[in-house]
Every structure is written in C-alpha cells, then in structure tokens.
Design a protein around this ligand. Structure first.
Ligand SMILES: [Ca+2]
Ligand SMILES: [Ca+2]
Length: 303
C-alpha cells in the first residue's frame, strides 16, 4: 500500500514536471472555429451583437483572447428561398461546427403583402418554419451539437404590420422547433424581456436594428441564457471535488479525511473524492489532493 502510494506520488510529480505549464492555466474551453453564426441584418448590419457576445465569452474565459466565432450572417437574408440555410451550407462546407447561433424570420415577414390573420399555413410563416425544420435536420446529420435561436425584439413602431407578423411567427417558430424531432439540442430565445423599457434607446431610427447599446444588451442577455443552460458545456461542475466535509474549501481536513477513507479496507466509493474521475478512490486521488494542496495541481478534478 505504502509503496503504491509513493509510486503514485512520484508518477504525478513526474507528469506534472513534464507537462507544459499551460496545462494548468485556465485555458479557453471552446474554439471559435466550433461556433458558427448565421442570420440576417439584425446580426450583420453592425456586427456588434456577435462582437459583444465574443467579448462576454472571452471575459468568462470560454473563448481565447484573439479567437473569433465564424460569422456568415448577411443582411436581407430570409429563412425561405435558401437564404440563411445557404449561409450554413457555406459554413459547414469549410469546416464542421459544434455550435450554431442564429436568428431568422424577420425578412420572411417582410416578403410581399399578406393579409391578417396569420396562422401556421400563411405562406411567409410556413416557408420560414419549413426552412428551419429542414435546416435543423441537416445540422443534426452534420453533427452540430447545439443551436441557439435568437428571436427579435419588437420593432419600434408598427412598420407596415411587421410587429403583428413577428407576433404571429414567434410562437409558431418556437413550437415548430420544439416539435422537430431530428435536431441538435436547440434553444429558442425570445429577447423581448431584455428590451422592455429600452425600445427607443436600443433601436436605430429605422425602427428595427439595434444600436450599440441594444447590441450589448442583447449579447449580455444571450450570454446569461447561454450560461444558464450551459450552452457551451463549460460551466463549473456542481460537485466540489475534494471537499469531503463539504465546508466550501479544500484543505488539510479533507486531506486527512481522504487518508482515513483509504485506510478503511472496505471504503465505499465517494464521487467527491474521485479526483481523477476514474470511478475509484485510491492512492492516485490521494496523490492528486496532495499536489493540489501544494499548489502544483491547480484544478480539481484533475484528468
Ligand atoms: Ca473541506
Ligand atoms: Ca480516482
């Protein structure tokens, strides 16, 4: 037992000394090239939402300082007529992605004159929702893991009935996405609450597109939602590894508790003490905790 323990400690020390220093740094957890952004002028006109969202990701340590998402957004794009879907095709043809951030449907609402009332069979709605169903299906086949679909704020003014059309499209698009079976994990995000009470401040004189303040607020709200749903899978695990006595810190008390735990020949498995996530509690975990307390291992669990 003692020999094994010593051996383990030596192995860990050797591994640590040969590993590049960056292995312990808070490295970016996603690559910008894994993230594709597609959509219309709501994103594309100034590009500020995407830039602000990248900043949020950087500030959270999720994206590297000079890394960017892959932005294929084009002003004026519809979902129908292979507009936004063709952005996706262009993007995926130059490299696979795990995450897609998108909007769409606003320009579909602006196509031609359509009398109210609107329902799921109204052409501009049906064409847009059919396009999204097919797009999600293709994304699933291409191995996209998650999709974040941003749906617009209210326009500032009626804008020839645009508000009524968006109000009709919004719930139908949301249920279409929910009912699509072949899709990546898809989040439909209604941005209106973040804009409540700020419509004039956040909207350009055209009544539709976001100002800089509107872009930043939109990105912040998107990021808060992404963190909430752990969109990029980078949130801190809820288990505090190593904190055996659950007092919020990992210290000598936990170290001696782990020692006692190991000395008990019938010791049970305890996830909190499995510091290398190999489903056993043994001398390797003990060695890792020692390294952690010495400041050599910076993060638990240690893989
Ligand atoms: Ca503790
Ligand atoms: Ca273990």
């Amino acid at each position: 037992m003692k020999k094994l323990l010593l051996f383990s400690i030596i192995v860990v020390v050797i591994m640590a000394s040969f590993a590049p220093a960056t292995i312990f740094a808070a490295a970016p957890q996603i690559k910008g090239s894994d993230v594709m952004v597609i959509g219309d002028s709501y994103f594309a006109l100034s590009g500020e939402i995407v830039r602000a969202l990248e900043n949020e990701a950087r500030n959270a340590g999720v994206l590297g300082a000079n890394d960017r998402f892959r932005d294929y957004t084009v002003s004026g794009s519809t979902l129908a007529n292979n507009g936004i879907p063709s952005q996706y095709t262009n993007g995926i043809n130059s490299g696979k992605v795990k995450y897609v951030i998108m909007d769409g449907g606003g320009n579909d609402c602006l196509q031609g004159w359509t009398p109210a009332p609107y329902n799921e069979n109204t052409p501009f709605i049906k064409n847009a929702t059919d396009a999204v169903t097919n797009l999600l299906k293709k994304m699933k086949a291409d191995g996209v893991v998650k999709v974040f679909y941003l749906f617009y704020p209210n326009p500032n003014g009626d804008l020839n009935g645009l508000k009524a059309k968006l109000d009709a499209l919004r719930p139908i698009m949301q249920s279409t996405i929910a009912n699509t079976t072949e899709k990546p994990e898809t989040y439909f995000f209604d941005i209106r609450p973040a804009w409540d009470g700020h419509l004039s401040e956040y909207t350009l004189p055209d009544g539709i597109h976001p100002t800089t303040a509107g872009s930043v607020a939109t990105a912040k709200a998107m990021w808060a939602e992404m963190q909430k749903v752990n969109f990029f899978g980078t949130s801190t695990p809820t288990i505090k590894y190593g904190d055996y006595n659950n007092d919020g810190s990992i210290d000598a008390l936990d170290f001696s508790a782990l020692k006692m735990h190991l000395m008990n020949p019938t010791h049970a498995y305890n996830e909190v003490l499995d510091l290398n996530l190999d489903n056993t509690i043994d001398s390797i975990d003990f060695a890792i905790m020692k390294q952690y307390l010495l400041g050599i291992v910076k993060n638990l669990p240690y893989k």
